[in-house]
Design a protein around this ligand. Structure first.
Ligand code: HEM
Ligand code: HEM
Ligand SMILES: [Fe+2]
Length: 444
């Protein structure tokens, strides 16, 4: 680590892993409720658990992205961050908004729009927080010595992610209009601008971990950016089937979203090619494992399991079932969860000067979490297909189908326990690193 201010990444990473644990806790509350054990209902109703689970997910990923940006941008731009007190302010305001939102959900203070549940007054605070974050990042980048393609793609992704939060704040009385613009946030984030953030972080990690020339890695970044926009923008149409939008969306959504896996396939193939080409083997092999893991599992979870229900003829049946949860879990985990945990695995030894990645626990964390998540995805998939068949083909009553599916939630809880064990090992390892150390500065 070259610049002292990169140490601030630690706080965002710590917040990220703590929120991940909380997110998991709410996942279990819902899984038990689906199994018929909803004893916590009075304190945590299902809708509060669901909103908390999903919003904590978004915030731990965003906190991970922010930590990554605070670590990467000084290194790429070759200067310290412009102001540490401003970063601290941004960090604490983020944490406080998060806590208020979670408490609010439990008190019934929410908007009920999936993924955008936080109420409007808090939205304005989020906007101020993100503007402060962008100011620090962009000022550091543009007053620095260098502006690399990697840092520009990462910053562009962060900038557009902020901009795209706004369509979700427009008020509509009409359900179709509200849904239409809600997808500008949710879809254009995960299948658009977050992919740029992913491309930027992946490029940075591959440059550092494989030793392959920056020029080569950055050329591929252009291909990823191109493929993402070509397919992802009009791919939004896969959320516009049968919701009251004009019929042409069936065709547009079907064609363009079916092309979306190409961007993820591109990332996976490229990461593997760079791994094979790389001559300088970085000692932190575990960070490379996470990096390759995210490149490959994002293709499986987002690309393959996304395309599995993206055609209008399939989505007509699967919409709003556990088929969506199957895809949602592996896509978010593979693309963004693993990316953040990979970045943390790379950065922590350099921030603290300790090499905890050699510990067996760190290695088991990778395998157990991934095996567990693949098991969870499978459980959701089987539940989802059962649900589609019984409810929509056979015509069984909704509640009877929920009862018929209970057994799948037993399997889900088993797999989720393996996943959780992996995450617990990861977090023990994280906190064993201790806090940032100035001695680490010399080891660059
Ligand atoms: C990393 C990238 C991705 C993530 C994190 C992700 C995550 C999600 C999530 C959470 C949902 C549920 C959204 C909601 O109901 O509010 C969803 C829905 C969906 N995703 Fe993805 N996704 C990704 C990429 C893709 C790709 C590449 C495709 C297509 C090839 C795809 C196809 C779909 C479809 C068709 C739905 C709608 C399901 C329905 O409601 O009927 N996704 N995705
Ligand atoms: C290990 C513990 C976890 C358990 C037991 C769990 C369980 C669940 C359950 C039961 C739902 C609600 C499904 C419904 O009834 O609508 C859900 C939703 C969701 N969870 Fe998890 N989850 C866990 C971890 C995670 C992780 C680590 C991620 C992301 C990396 C994640 C992402 C999501 C998403 C995106 C949704 C919304 C899915 C949809 O749109 O249908 N979960 N989870
Ligand atoms: Fe989408």
């Amino acid at each position: 680590m070259k610049y002292k201010s990169q140490q601030v990444a630690y706080w965002f990473f710590a917040l990220s892993v703590i929120l991940l644990v909380l997110q998991i806790a709410y996942g279990f509350v819902m899984a038990f409720a689906h199994l018929g054990y909803d004893g916590l209902h009075e304190i945590i109703p299902f809708n509060a658990a669901s909103a908390t689970h999903k919003n904590l997910l978004v915030v731990w990923i965003l906190s991970g992205f922010m930590g990554a940006a605070y670590y990467i941008i000084p290194d790429e731009a070759e200067r310290e961050l412009i102001s540490i007190p401003l970063v601290k302010l941004q960090f604490w305001s983020l944490a406080i908004v998060g806590v208020v939102a979670v408490i609010g959900f439990h008190l019934g203070w929410w908007e009920g729009r999936k993924f955008l549940e936080i109420p409007r007054p808090l939205d304005y605070l989020v906007v101020i927080n993100v503007l402060l974050f962008l100011y620090i990042i962009l000022m550091t980048l543009f007053t620095g010595k260098k502006r690399t393609t990697t840092s520009l793609v990462l910053s562009m992704g962060l900038f557009f992610a902020a901009l795209l939060y706004l369509p979700g704040m427009i008020w509509f009385d009409n359900q179709t209009m509200d849904s239409f613009f809600r997808w500008w946030v949710v879809h254009l984030w995960v299948e658009g601008v977050w992919e740029l953030i992913m491309g930027g972080i992946l490029a940075y990690l591959l440059i550092k971990l494989t030793g392959v020339d920056r020029e080569l890695i950055e050329k591929w970044l252009y291909v990823i950016v191109g493929l993402t926009f070509l397919s992802g923008v009009l791919g939004t149409g896969h959320h516009y089937y049968y919701i009251g939008t004009p019929k042409y969306w069936l065709m547009i959504g079907g064609i363009f979203s079916a092309m979306e896996p190409l961007a993820f396939l591109g990332m996976a193939l490229f990461a593997i090619a760079m791994y094979r080409k790389g001559e300088k083997r970085h000692p932190n092999k575990l960070a490379l494992t996470w990096t390759l893991g995210t490149a490959i599992l994002s293709f499986v979870g987002a690309g393959l399991l996304g395309v599995a229900h993206t055609l209008p003829a399939v989505n007509l049946w699967t919409h709003g079932t556990f088929v969506t949860a199957m895809h949602g879990h592996l896509a978010f985990w593979g693309a963004y969860g693993m990316l953040v945990l990979g970045m943390i695995t790379y950065a922590m030894p350099l921030i603290t000067g300790r090499k905890m990645y050699t510990k067996p626990g760190a290695n088991y964390a990778f395998w157990l979490s991934n095996i567990g998540m693949i098991g969870m995805t499978t459980a959701f998939a089987v539940a989802g297909v059962t649900q589609v068949y019984l409810e929509r083909k056979v015509g069984m009553d909704f509640v009877d189908v929920q009862l018929a599916m209970e057994v799948h939630f037993l399997i889900l809880i088993g797999a989720a326990s393996i996943f959780t064990l992996g995450i617990v090992l990861y977090i023990i390892n994280f906190f064993k690193y201790g806090s940032p150390s100035n001695e680490a500065l010399v080891t660059a």
